[in-house]
Each structure stands twice: as C-alpha cells, then as structure tokens.
Write a protein that binds this ligand. Structure first.
Ligand SMILES: Cc1ncc(COP(=O)(O)O)c(C=O)c1O
Length: 414
C-alpha cells in the first residue's frame, strides 16, 4: 500500500531488512490526510476556514498575568489558522543539523507529541510493544500506557568505577540483551534510546545504535531521543546516520538548549517516508503561529550565536557545580553518576557514614530542600542504577551557589 503523498520507489530502503510498509499500521497507510482549501489556494479573500474576519480582540491594555509589557501579538495574523507545514523553520533546521532537506523534518508540539505520534502510527494497541532501556525518560512508558501498548524493558548496564567528574561509562546499552529481547518478541515495533540519557546524562555511542539498526531480526524503528544533544560534545548526534538508515528517527527539541520550553516545539529527523507518515497523521495545524514566529527567530544566525554562548556558559557551570558538589562530599554525597553530558547532574546522597547510597536520606534531603529552602530538584533514587540520586539541573551561577549552600545546610540536618 503506498504512503499518501509520496512515491516510495524514490527511496530505496536501507537497511535491506527494513520495509516501512510493514512497520506502519495499515489504517495509517490507508489514510487520506485532512485537506483544506488553503492547501491549494493561499491568497485572496479568504472565506474558506470559518475564521473571525474581524480579527482577535486582545487589548494591549490587558497584559497576561505577570507580563510587564505586552505587544498584542506582533502583527501576526492571529485570526488565521497557522501554516500547516512551516517550511522556513524546517529550512533553518536542515542547515543547523546538516540534514539533506526539509522533507526529512517533522515538527511537533514538543518532542512529547512526536513520541505519542510515533507510537500511534507504528504500534497496534493491545497487540504490539515498544522497548525502552531504563533508567530513561518517563514519557515513553506513560505514552505507551495511554495508547494501550506493551513495554519491554531492557535496563542499561550499570558498571564502571567512580572517577573525577563522575562514574564514567556507568550506563551503557546492553546491545546483546536488546537483540535477545527482539528475538523473543516479534511484536516490538519501536526501540526508544535516549542520548544523552535522562536521567543518566550519558551518551550512547553511535556504534551501539548502529548495531541495533543493522540487526536484521528487528523490523521496526529505532527512536533516538536527543533532547540534550547540544550539551554533549560535538559529533555525538545520530543525525549523521539518517542518510544511511530508513529505520532511525531522531528526536530533538527547542525546550532545552534553546531555552524555549514554553513554546512547545519538538523535531523529528528521519528519511522522507516516515516523515510523510507523521505529516499525514498529525492534527492539521499543530504548530501555532506564535510558536512558529518565535522558533524561526530562535533559529536565525544571531540567535544561534547567542544560544551557543549560553550552552558554553551552562557547560562551564556544570563543571563548576560538580566541583562544588565534590567540595561538600564529606557531608555524604557520592561522585556524580553517568558522564554528565546534559544540562543536569546526578548526585547520590549517601548514608550518614558515607558508605552507601541512601534513598531514605535522599528523600529527606529532597523534601527539605523544596519545602524549607525553596530549592526544587528531582529525586530519581527509585530508578535502576540511581539509588540515592538527586537530579540537579544546572542553573544560573547564583542558583548554583544557592543549591550548594542549601544542600550543605540540609545535609548537616539529616
Ligand atoms: C529525554 C527527553 N525527551 C523529551 C522531553 C520532552 O521534550 P519536549 O519539551 O520537547 O516535549 C524531555 C523533557 O524533559 C526529555 O527529558
């Protein structure tokens, strides 16, 4: 069955064992996407979409809560439905990420929407499954449950010695175990890998990702979630694999390195057949005009230069935060775990005698930080390989100084 809007014969599928028509659910392959008059006609007196001809009624005198100044929407045509495809944004992403063309890019309402959409197009509810590698981002399981999809877990290997700057290599992909899980269950359609991982902060080597892409018993798609990729060293992204593999889908986002979590813009990068399927299936106008406007500005050369310098600042602050944490380690903190490739660190709270990670003490510290000291971090101690761990986002210099001061205080209490 062809994919609506695309001739598959243009895209010889690599690797040989992958056939996208076997991965996408038949109802999705058969879909005739929603079309509107404006797909064909964009100019003229637009009376096709039941918009409000008189425009919006937002008053410049009534700023939203907390806003000190307010420009009622910067001349955006807010009474019109947004552009359904946002090609100028995609164009800037292709340049930034060295992607062959805009037909390799899909935009979602955060990467969370793309995660959900991938499950909906590939995995049959009540029958098929995804594979995840705990500890990992919680939304994969939540989305699977919402969609009535099974979850096979193949935990990361937890190993390695503590060392300066963290326990290097502590979390690694167990490629052979993943292959075994795939062999044991032909209903696994998606493998979710997170690189750098949340909460592991650890990159997955491209060799390990390739090993799963090349594994011919796996007929599904490998999703590589790169939400934190800009905080890792250059050359870590799996985007370079997209040209050679039709069975990979990279997820990125403007929520982290771009500092735009509020606008909700997620990105999928894959070969055109999968991108076309996602495009056919999405809600027609998923990306709002204000979001698109801000995203396009954020991707301009001058904004990218500013973003790059903020990334450098955060990476330097991450090192400084780790150093400050090790300076108070005698109060009962272990060395950071993982390899700190993201904009957060994972620090085990130890028992008072400093011998072992201690979830009970970590939870007390977590609560006291939030409830008595106004500092909210994340307790991750119940995740495999993360016993006693608090995940601390790298903040501003001032915030980092405060978190250290408050931690010192609280660790002395418990
Ligand atoms: C690994 C990972 N993927 C995806 C997301 C969600 O990103 P978005 O804001 O683009 O939905 C997060 C958010 O914390 C994350 O940690």
């Amino acid at each position: 069955m062809p994919i609506h809007g695309l001739s598959l014969s243009q895209y010889p599928s690599k690797p040989d064992h992958f056939d996208i028509e076997q991965v996408i659910r038949p109802n999705i392959l058969a879909l005739h996407p929603y079309r509107c008059a404006r797909d064909d006609y964009k100019e003229g007196i637009l009376l096709d979409a039941n918009e409000n001809a008189l425009g919006h009624s937002i008053s410049a005198q009534s700023p939203p809560d907390n806003a000190s100044s307010f420009d009622p929407m910067l001349d955006m045509d807010l009474h019109r439905y947004p552009d359904p495809s946002h090609d100028p944004i995609k164009q800037r992403i292709t340049t930034l990420r060295s992607v062959p063309g805009i037909d390799h890019i899909f935009l979602g309402v955060g990467s969370d929407e793309v995660i959900d959409l991938l499950m909906r197009v590939c995995v049959t509810p009540g029958k098929e499954k995804i594979l995840i590698t705990p500890p990992t981002y919680g939304m994969y399981s939540v989305c699977a449950q919402v969609n009535d999809i099974g979850v096979v877990k193949c935990p990361l290997e937890v190993s390695g010695q503590s060392g300066e700057g963290g326990t290097k290599g502590r979390f690694s992909l167990r490629v052979e175990e993943i292959k075994k899980a795939i062999d044991a269950d032909a209903s696994i359609k998606l493998v979710f890998l997170c690189s750098p991982g949340n909460p592991t902060g650890t990159k997955i080597p491209l060799q390990s990702i390739k090993a799963i892409l090349d594994y011919d018993s796996f007929k599904g798609i490998v999703v590589v979630d790169e939400a934190y990729i800009d905080f890792a060293s250059a050359g870590s992204s799996a985007v370079t694999l997209v040209k050679d593999y039709a069975n990979i889908c990279i997820l990125q986002t403007l929520s982290k390195s771009f500092g735009l979590a509020a606008i909700r813009l997620g990105i999928a990068i894959a070969q055109p057949p999968l991108i076309q399927v996602l495009t056919n299936t999405k809600a027609p106008y998923n990306i709002s005009t204000p979001t698109a406007h801000l995203a396009l500005s954020a991707l301009s050369p001058s904004s990218l230069a500013t973003m790059q310098s903020k990334i450098e600042t955060l990476i330097a602050s991450r090192a400084a935060l780790l150093k400050s944490l090790s300076d108070i380690a005698q109060l009962g903190l272990g060395p950071s775990i993982g390899s700190n490739d993201s904009n957060f660190v994972m620090i085990p709270v130890l028992s008072k005698d400093g011998v072992r990670p201690d979830n009970v003490r970590a939870q007390k510290v977590y609560k006291a930080l939030a409830e008595e000291n106004g500092v909210v971090v994340r307790f991750r101690g119940n995740e495999p390989g993360c016993e006693g761990c608090l995940r601390i986002t790298v903040g501003s210099e001032e915030e980092n100084a405060t978190v250290i001061r408050k931690l010192e205080l609280v660790l002395n209490q418990f």
